[in-house]
Design a protein. Structure first.
Length: 549
């Protein structure tokens, strides 16, 4: 049974004289990432004798928050006071990991390689210098012999030949030694670069230890044995977000496949290696209670006083008016509270990643796949000739899973072709969603008012009446039949005296859909290779003596 110690005070106490000091290494085991921060659980395994001990845990992240620090131990172990140090760190024995030991060994090996290379280069240069010394000796010997009486010309020739032959051999040896030295120098450059790389790798591994914090606490073990402690911390600079690939397949049985993945980033100061990853939609770093409410102060003023205030305001110069406006209280703007927005009913969703993963410190946008979902899809084309020359492919599906789909970036594909990017909104279980999947270049749209470009003869206007005739055309050149939702707009009025009437062939399917005033829609079936035409006539009538605006 695990007992949790909530550290309400991080105060170091003096341990009894008989307490034994032990150092343990904390290994990151489980990470739960929220938007903006992470809860990290580290495991420390110690082989404890019975009795009281001072435990030192080095290598924790720098500036670790003490507020979120919790330690859990088995029931046979009693925890004492806890101290978290950042600056004056206690002396700890070397707790080098196998990676650090290997990196140090590689640095030592390459340093020895460079030392041996330098010795070899020096030895080669000594050989070249020895050859030069021998050449100088031969030259001095030849000069001394030439000053002596030679018995014959043959003796002179023999001496010259001997000196020249020996000097040539020695110069060839010196040249060969210099070439060998240059090759060794070039090889040394590669070894020197490898040594610098090894030193940088070692420095990267040592950086968390050099810059980290140290946790110390007292522990009383009732009996000897191996004990595993859990150290839970809350650490910032971590985040995750969902990303989606939506793959639409059209045809007789249209399907929508959704590949779900998550993008993770963390800059906590330490690598998370071989950890269990949990993703949560809870937001512990945000507002946890609603804001206040402010009442609106209302007042009345007489019409005479209102007119007087208006006159005074108009008489004031621009500078005075600006200064008074800046000083005037604005209770309506100040009274608007900031409130927290819950994702759904105050509940959180968590995802447990099935495999243990590595998440390096400072990494950005590490992508991990989650799963694939498949839905039946309804597909149609939407056409708005007023704004577009082509119709657009649309799809609708219902979230039939038991969970909601979270907001995230989307890459859209249609029949194996990438269409573009979008954003998936929060989609509750059982909810429907419509998405656009790009233009259909084979569905051509036109919208004309006949002969309007020639003197507005397509518009009949009297003193109190205006009639406009519009023709909408959808031409299908795609090679397949399409259901088309055709959309257009007509004027609307909020005055009883201004009457707006519309006649259309074929008849309008929907007017003012979802409360959108003046919008009209038709549901059309446009077979491949054909076109559909919609003719609508709008009439506006108003009483005499009024002007249409």
């Amino acid at each position: 049974m695990i007992r949790l110690l909530i550290t309400t005070s991080l105060i170091a106490v003096t341990a009894p004289a008989f307490a034994e000091t032990m150092t343990g290494a904390a290994r990151v085991d489980t990470v739960t990432i929220y938007p903006g921060l992470a809860s990290v659980t580290r495991l420390v395994t110690l082989d404890l004798p019975a009795g009281q001990h001072d435990i030192i845990i080095p290598g924790l992240p720098q500036n670790l928050s003490a507020d979120g620090l919790r330690i859990a131990a088995p029931g046979q172990v009693r925890l004492g006071a806890v101290n978290l140090a950042f600056d004056r760190l206690p002396v700890t024995p070397d707790q080098s990991s196998p990676a650090i030991i290997a990196a140090r060994a590689e640095v030592d090996r390459l340093e020895e390689v460079l030392r041996q290379t330098d010795v070899a280069i020096a030895a080669i240069r000594l050989r070249a210098q020895a050859a030069e010394d021998q050449i100088a000796f031969l030259q001095s010997l030849g000069q001394a012999s030439a000053g002596e009486a030679l018995t014959s010309i043959a003796d002179v020739q023999a001496l010259a030949q001997m000196v020249g032959s020996e000097a040539l051999a020695l110069r060839m040896a010196a040249f060969a030694a210099e070439q060998e030295a240059q090759a060794a120098i070039r090889a040394r450059k590669d070894d020197a670069e490898a040594l610098e790389e090894a030193r940088r790798a070692l420095a990267a591994l040592l950086a968390p230890e050099d810059q980290g914090s140290v946790l110390t606490f007292t522990l009383d073990a009732a009996e000897a044995g191996e004990v595993t402690l859990e150290i839970a911390t809350t650490e910032g600079f971590a985040n995750w977000s969902p990303v989606y690939d939506l793959r639409l397949t059209t045809g007789d049985d249209p399907q929508l496949d959704i590949d779900r993945a998550v993008v993770i980033s963390q800059a906590t100061g330490q690598d998370w290696l071989d950890v269990q990853l949990i993703l949560s939609t809870a937001r512990p770093g945000e507002q946890i209670a609603p804001g206040g409410a402010w009442a609106e102060l209302r007042r009345i003023i007489s019409e005479e006083a209102l007119e007087r205030e208006r006159a005074e305001g108009m008489a004031a110069d621009a500078m005075t008016l600006q200064r008074n406006s800046a000083m005037m209280p604005a209770p309506m703007m100040q009274a608007e509270p900031i409130t927290a927005q819950a994702d759904f009913s105050g509940a959180a969703v968590t995802y447990v990643y099935p495999d243990r993963v590595d998440i390096r410190n400072g990494v950005e946008d590490l992508r991990l796949p989650l799963d694939q979902l498949r839905f039946d899809a309804d597909i149609w084309a939407e056409a708005t000739p007023m704004t577009d020359a082509n119709a657009y492919r649309m799809a609708e599906f219902t979230n039939l899973t038991d969970e909601m789909l979270l907001p995230g970036r989307v890459m859209l594909h249609a029949d194996g072709t990438m269409i573009g990017f979008s954003q998936l909104p929060l989609l509750a279980a059982g909810a429907d969603l419509e998405l656009g999947f790009g233009p259909l270049d084979g569905l051509h749209l036109t919208r004309i008012t006949p002969e309007r470009s020639q003197g507005d003869r397509g518009v009949f206007s009297a003193s109190n009446q205006l009639v406009e005739r519009t023709i909408l055309t959808v031409e299908n050149l795609t090679g397949q039949d399409w259901d088309v939702l055709l959309r257009d707009a007509v004027p609307y009025s909020e005055q009883d005296d201004l009457q707006v009437s519309l006649t259309a062939t074929p008849a309008v399917t929907r007017r003012d859909p979802e409360g959108q005033r003046g919008i009209v829609e038709w549901d059309l079936r446009v077979p491949a290779g054909s076109e559909q035409e919609v003719v609508m006539e709008t009439t506006l009538r108003w009483p005499g003596g009024f002007v249409l605006r």
